[in-house]
Design a protein around this ligand. Structure first.
Ligand SMILES: Cc1cc2nc3c(=O)[nH]c(=O)nc-3n(C[C@H](O)[C@H](O)[C@H](O)COP(=O)(O)O)c2cc1C
Ligand code: SF4
Length: 449
């Protein structure tokens, strides 16, 4: 089905659209479940709202959070969400996706500790239960940049469709990969000391650990067979668990939606169709290694943004219905949880559903599809929504994210980012960019950007 921009005022209108798609899910009349805690042995979550990792590209040159970064996390801390991420944070300099990406080192860790303590204090002063604070640890792989902001890709294996034109990608060596778990261990130990509740090992959206899961053409210890392709992720998880003793979660691409031989979790006949054979095996191994939460996601924001970030205006017209795409993703999470329920499951893609997201989250959670609803852009646009919803049972449509992609535009033009539509700070920043320098939206449907 073709994409139609979000146009639902009421749950009944959304229910009709879902029914026309043959979905068994319909917005829940009873949403009380969202107020209930999740209590795995590792860490309790006070409610079913999570703010997912949202990079602001506004750290200091050495990787510490800047005042603008702190502003974002003060807003998140006051939200009332039971789970809060601190965004993608590099474990070493050659893994930074931009010169302003956060990076945790001996030098920057005290600033992370201050920020985590401030977040807990703000949540407490607002009368919210203690949030679970996760620090997302990453190596950006093919999306790494030099300190000057120039592409400095370190790829798992070359791929003509994704390699930037004119840049000969450097393939990361087995020896460099052998050394990476140590960098994650170091970063996780600093995160623990800084007061984070857990660390997330980022394995999604085309960054290094995710790219390795599809590195079928790569020779050596980290490519080819399934065991080789997931070796680094599993080694990293095991070592962080054993050597640091902090709870570990994984943000996992469960379906990449790019073609074989590169894509993970995709069907050989049609890469748009998930094949969860390998993701199920991986989830078994992650849970066996002690991962307590799996935050499921999909796609690659540089290549097929509509797969992970449903949008209504942006780089191209989404080639498929964003409602269908969301259901496809949630269906994958449902199948993984049914296959192995030994972890807490978070699902993504809630912002596009605007003020009706809580009804949809409650329906899917009640049906046992997943446990927690993860919100990305809505946290930029409307950071007070969980507290408002918990108090009043409603979200204000006039405050919601409109899925316009302008926060991504800010990022892609080398700026710090936030909500251009709802946050005056970023509206002013966007206006300061000359019109001719802003990314041009295309009216054509597309896939590869
Ligand atoms: C500006 C921006 C920054 C993001 N930064 C991260 C990040 O640091 N780590 C990550 O795993 N995902 C990141 N994402 C993806 C979001 O966490 C989320 O998966 C995505 O926006 C889809 O959810 P939504 O539809 O609720 O926005 C980012 C997305 C945007 C738009
Ligand atoms: S700029 Fe604001 S409204 Fe637009 S997609 Fe980003 S968060 Fe949503």
């Amino acid at each position: 089905m073709h994409h139609q921009p979000f146009c639902f005022q009421t749950a009944d209108e959304l229910a009709a659209a879902l029914s026309s798609l043959g979905s068994e899910l319909t917005p829940a009349a009873d949403t009380a479940l969202l107020r209930t805690p999740v209590c795995p042995s590792a860490l309790p979550l006070a409610n079913r709202f999570a703010f997912q990792a949202m990079e602001g590209c506004d750290g200091e040159a050495d990787g510490r959070p800047s005042e603008t970064t702190r502003r974002r996390y003060r807003r998140f801390a006051a939200s009332g969400a039971g789970f809060l991420y601190v965004e993608a944070t590099a474990v070493q300099p050659n893994g930074r996706a931009n010169p302003r990406q956060l990076m945790i080192t001996g030098q920057t860790a005290p600033a992370f500790a201050e920020m985590a303590a401030e977040m807990r204090r703000i949540a407490n002063e607002a009368g919210h239960p203690e949030p679970c604070l996760a620090l997302q640890l990453t190596h950006s792989g093919r999306y790494s940049k030099s300190p000057e902001g120039k592409p400095a890709p370190l790829v798992a294996w070359p791929d003509l469709a994704r390699d930037p034109a004119g840049v000969l990608p450097t393939v990361i060596t087995d020896e460099e990969l052998d050394a990476l778990p140590e960098a994650f261990v170091r970063a996780a130990a600093l995160a623990k000391e800084a007061g984070f509740s857990c660390v997330d090992i980022k394995c999604c959206h085309g960054y290094l650990l995710n790219e390795l899961t599809g590195a079928r053409l790569r020779p050596g210890r980290y490519g080819g067979s399934f065991e080789n392709r997931v070796r680094l992720l599993l080694q990293t998880v095991r070592r962080v668990k054993e050597e640091v003793g902090i709870p570990v979660m994984v943000r996992l691409n469960v379906h990449d939606e790019y073609p074989l031989p590169y894509g993970f979790g995709v069907s050989a006949e049609d890469y748009r169709r998930p094949d969860l054979t390998e993701p199920m095996q991986l989830v078994d191994k992650l849970i066996e290694a002690g991962v307590w939460l799996i935050d499921c996601t999909a796609g690659n924001p540089y290549f097929n943004p509509h797969v992970n970030r449903p949008f209504d205006s942006g780089p191209y017209r989404p080639p498929v219905s964003q409602l269908e795409q969301t259901l496809k993703h949630w269906q994958c999470v449902r199948e993984l949880k049914a296959h192995n329920g030994g972890a807490v499951y978070m699902a993504s893609m809630f912002s596009w559903l605007r003020h009706l997201a809580p009804e949809m989250a409650a329906a899917a959670i009640a049906a046992g599809w997943f446990d927690v609803a993860g919100f990305g852009r809505q946290s930029f646009a409307y950071p007070t929504f969980p507290a408002e919803w918990l108090q009043t049972g409603r979200m204000d449509p006039a405050k919601c994210c409109v899925c316009c992609s302008k926060c991504t535009d800010l990022m892609r033009t080398g700026h710090g980012t936030g909500c251009v539509v709802r946050d005056p700070h970023y509206a002013a920043l966007y206006r300061s960019i000359p019109v001719e320098a802003r990314p041009k939206p295309s009216a054509a449907p597309g896939e590869h950007v």
